[in-house]
Write a protein that binds this ligand. Structure first.
Ligand code: NAD
Ligand code: UFG
Length: 338
């Protein structure tokens, strides 16, 4: 299939393009490099024997998008492009509503103009908000607690209506839990700007000597060791789920939300200890107050992904830590260091 990948130079997009190419799909990356680097595309090209095409473009430019669609004629779209920082979205909500929601509208309009009716969308487990029960299944009520999460929720609703208006349309919204890890080669990985907000890149930067110590936000949660529990999922597993979703679009009509997680929760201390084992380094850490907006525990019921996509996560916490360390060690300054 011909797959247009918006945000394909980013963390999850770059890994997904590698997997799409290894399954013989033809891909076109479309990215404005707002939060990524052309170096990521160069490395994807290196990992896939040069078969990647990429175009610098902004998804908000519907006219240009439409021309790109007319030329490439994709069978399906995977839509990663967007902004993703929860804290920034709280401080600048209109930026998030414009970039994420208007970006999605622009993309769907370009698809409509060019007869493309199949899309896989990057949603997030953040659409669930504070869990009523665990594990979280797709029927759990949706109550996102910040503007970023609300953009994911609104785009899901838009996709539901877009599909309802035309029975030939299909949209799969993949609700990711906590994506971590890197490609086994160590050539592509997560390259956050500035001080990382997320746990795994922060731990990796402590291990490599770029940060002094990890602050653990809260050790008084009602969890097995008092620290927050999450469902970490290896980015390569996540990437393979996108390939499964693209393949499933042909047999699915309408809108389908699907959780992507392992179903297994690990605490901050579990991750820290696994990373120490993977890297052979001690991770200096200190306990700090809870981070506002954090929940005690969140993990997926991944049954639907198995039923609908024939996919389940294969890689465990050790592989997540080994690959994160391998990437960090080889690229202490991310893509900027090359
Ligand atoms: P990322 O920032 O690495 O990738 C997003 C890509 O989109 C970047 O390459 C960026 O340059 C590009 N982009 C942004 N705005 C654009 C625009 N207007 N036009 C063209 N390109 C644009 O993020 P990621 O971690 O790979 O996440 C991919 C998607 O998955 C995002 O939609 C994110 O919200 C979602 N998601 C991520 C996580 C996570 O923890 N990483 C969790 C849940 C959901
Ligand atoms: N944590 C720390 N110290 C840090 C960073 C994180 O103790 O420096 C803890 C958090 O308190 C939490 C756990 O590590 O208990 C995981 O935190 P992350 O920031 O890595 O991930 P979150 O679960 O908070 O959020 C992630 C994504 C969001 C997404 C959400 C739900 O960053 O974009 O998962 O899918 F919305």
């Amino acid at each position: 299939m011909k797959v247009l990948v918006t945000g394909g130079a980013g963390f999850i997009g770059s890994h997904t393009v590698v997997e799409l190419l290894s399954e013989q799909h033809e891909t076109l990356i479309l990215d404005n490099y707002r939060n990524s680097s052309p170096e990521a595309v160069r490395r994807v090209r290196e990992l896939s024997n040069g078969r990647v095409t990429a175009q610098e473009a902004d998804i908000l430019d519907t006219q240009n998008l439409s021309c790109i669609f007319a030329e490439f004629q994709p069978d399906a779209v995977i839509h990663f492009a967007g902004l993703k920082a929860v804290g920034e979205s709280t401080m600048n909500p209109l930026l998030y509503y414009r970039q994420n929601i208007e970006g999605a509208i622009s993309l769907l309009e370009a698809m409509d103009r060019n007869g493309c009716s199949d899309i896989v969308f990057s949603s997030s487990a953040t659409v669930y908000g504070e869990p009523d029960y665990l594990p979280l299944d797709e029927a759990h009520p949706l109550r996102p607690a910040n503007p970023y999460g609300k953009t994911k929720y609104f785009i899901e609703e838009m996709l539901r209506d877009w599909c309802a208006a035309d029975k030939h349309k299909s949209a799969i919204a993949l609700r990711y839990f906590n994506p971590v890890g890197a490609h086994a080669s160590g050539r592509i990985g997560e390259d956050p700007n500035g001080i990382p907000n997320n746990l795994m890149p922060f731990i990796s930067q402590v291990a490599v000597g770029k940060r002094e110590r990890l602050k653990i936000f809260g050790n008084d949660y009602d969890t097995h060791d008092g620290t927050g529990v999450r469902d970490y999922i290896h980015v390569v597993d996540l990437a393979r789920a996108h390939v499964a979703a693209v393949n499933a679009l042909v047999r699915i009509d309408g809108f389908e939300p699907v959780n992507l997680g392992t179903g297994q929760g690990y605490s901050v201390l579990d991750v820290l200890h696994a990373f120490e084992k993977a890297s052979g380094r001690t991770i200096a850490h200190a306990f700090a107050p809870r981070r506002p907006g954090d929940v005690a525990a969140s993990y997926a019921d991944p049954t639907r992904a198995r039923q609908l996509l024939g996919w389940k996560a294969e890689l465990g916490l050790d592989e997540m830590c080994i690959s994160s360390w391998n990437w960090q060690r080889q690229n202490p300054d991310g893509y900027a260091g090359s």
